[in-house]
Design a protein around this ligand. Structure first.
Ligand SMILES: [Zn+2]
Length: 430
């Protein structure tokens, strides 16, 4: 069919109608038109996701049967890289160990949005309650990273299916060594963001919330962990001095070790692994401090310094090394939480998107290393199923995740991405 070029009069009339229409279209209608493209993308994505349901569950169970501990994620990374390449992603492998990054450009320019999934498993000898048990002795996916990895692959497959309509680009980050809290930093040091930093980065972590629910805090969501070291040298009974230093370090904490698994709502410092040992001709006291905020890290450090100054006597040398955020924790970008919550609510329902109001000191994460670079949000992903008696409490022997969480997580995250492609990433204000 030929496209006839309209005469000038028709063109003028058309322009007049168009400009009049633009003047009278209320903003709400424009907003509705803007979201319709995202809705269409999500509908196509969801259709593709459902069509791949059985295969994605197979992938998850295969990864679950073959868990790999931190730094040894070779097989999992291989599966990930192969699938990303097959889906048309530009793939970089071997980043910061077994890290894999896949980038897929959409049909037009727009934000580059990243999703991070961690891949490693945990040492555990406890029997696996599921039918598709771990085949690797002493290693199990009891932190749900097999679920995170499968969501990353589900998203990658789905984005590839709608690529031609997608007004932006996606970066899928598959991280090794989260359990050793070193993988995120290692990937960044190895150039994960050096050629192309995303405009925002998202992640999930499985939690005992009921399946169907997700939750985020518009602030610090998981505490960071500091590394504390005091070197004791000089003359005299150094062992006795080291014990006194150990007491100073222990007393700088505000929580008892028993409170590590009790959700906290205020500021806190939890000291763990406080120990003194011979080091060369002197002694060394080591500990980790899990703190609710950087301000609290500063206060803890001051308390230690004050205690040490009282111990410094004739011939005694005490030197403190206080490394803040040895593990970065998770600190979400508030404005990004607000807009992402709205997108997720549209898909999952308003009551399905919760606000995290407390922190469990025992649990930290290194996702914050990525958030130190770009705005980001980690959502807790509900994987428990009360009716079936499944409780997704990470790092417990009974850990079982409802696989429906893969599809809940993928749909909600796709909705967040498609909305952000259209609206742009809000200014983080930081
Ligand atoms: Zn984990």
């Amino acid at each position: 069919m030929r496209h006839a070029r309209p005469c000038p009069r028709v063109r003028a009339l058309r322009a007049a109608i168009l400009s009049a229409a633009l003047l009278v279209v209320p903003p709400t209608v424009l907003a509705a038109q803007q979201t319709s493209r995202a809705e269409e993308l999500l509908a196509n994505f969801s259709r593709h996701l459902e069509a791949n349901r059985a295969e994605l569950i197979d992938v998850r169970r295969d990864i679950h049967r073959n868990p790999e501990v931190s730094g040894q994620e070779e097989r999992t990374a291989g599966i990930v890289a192969e699938r990303l390449r097959a889906a048309g992603f530009e793939v970089r492998a071997g980043i910061g160990g077994h890290g894999v990054i896949g980038v897929l450009h959409g049909s037009s320019d727009g934000p580059l949005l990243a999703f991070r999934a961690d891949m490693d498993a945990v040492r555990s000898n406890a029997p696996d309650p599921v039918d598709f048990q771990s085949e690797i002795e002493g290693v199990r996916h009891i932190c749900g990273h097999d679920i995170h990895t499968t969501i990353g692959l589900a998203l990658a497959d789905g984005f590839a299916a709608v690529r031609d309509e997608m007004p932006g680009s996606v970066m899928m980050i598959f991280q090794p060594a989260e359990e050793s809290a070193s993988g995120a930093r290692a990937m960044l040091a190895d150039g994960a963001f050096s050629s192309d930093a995303p405009d925002a980065v998202f992640a999930y972590h499985t939690t005992p919330y009921e399946v169907g629910q997700i939750a985020a805090a518009p602030a610090v969501q998981m505490p960071g962990r500091d590394a504390v070291r005091v070197d004791v040298g000089g003359e005299g009974d150094l062992e006795a001095v080291a014990q006194a230093v150990r007491d100073v370090v222990s007393s700088a904490a505000t929580l008892s070790p028993e409170q590590a698994f009790q959700p906290q709502t205020g500021e806190f410092v939890l000291a763990q692994g406080v120990g003194a040992a011979r080091a060369g001709s002197g002694w060394r006291v080591n500990a980790t401090f899990t703190t609710s905020s950087r301000a609290e890290s500063g206060r803890a450090r001051e308390r230690i310094e004050a205690g040490l100054s009282e111990l410094r006597g004739e011939g005694i040398e005490l030197s403190l090394s206080y490394q803040e955020r040895w593990i970065a924790g998770v600190t979400n970008t508030p404005e990004l939480v607000r807009v992402a919550n709205a997108s997720a609510m549209a898909v999952l329902g308003e009551t399905a998107v919760q606000t995290v109001g407390s922190m469990t000191p025992a649990f930290s994460e290194d996702f914050g290393s990525f958030q130190d670079e770009v705005p980001g949000v980690m959502y807790f992903l509900g994987v428990s199923n009360t009716e079936k008696g499944w409780v997704g409490m990470p790092h417990t022997a009974e850990y079982v995740a409802d696989e429906e969480s893969i599809f809940v997580g993928a749909r909600a995250m796709a909705a967040v991405f498609f909305d952000l492609f259209e609206r742009g990433v809000p200014n983080s204000g930081s």
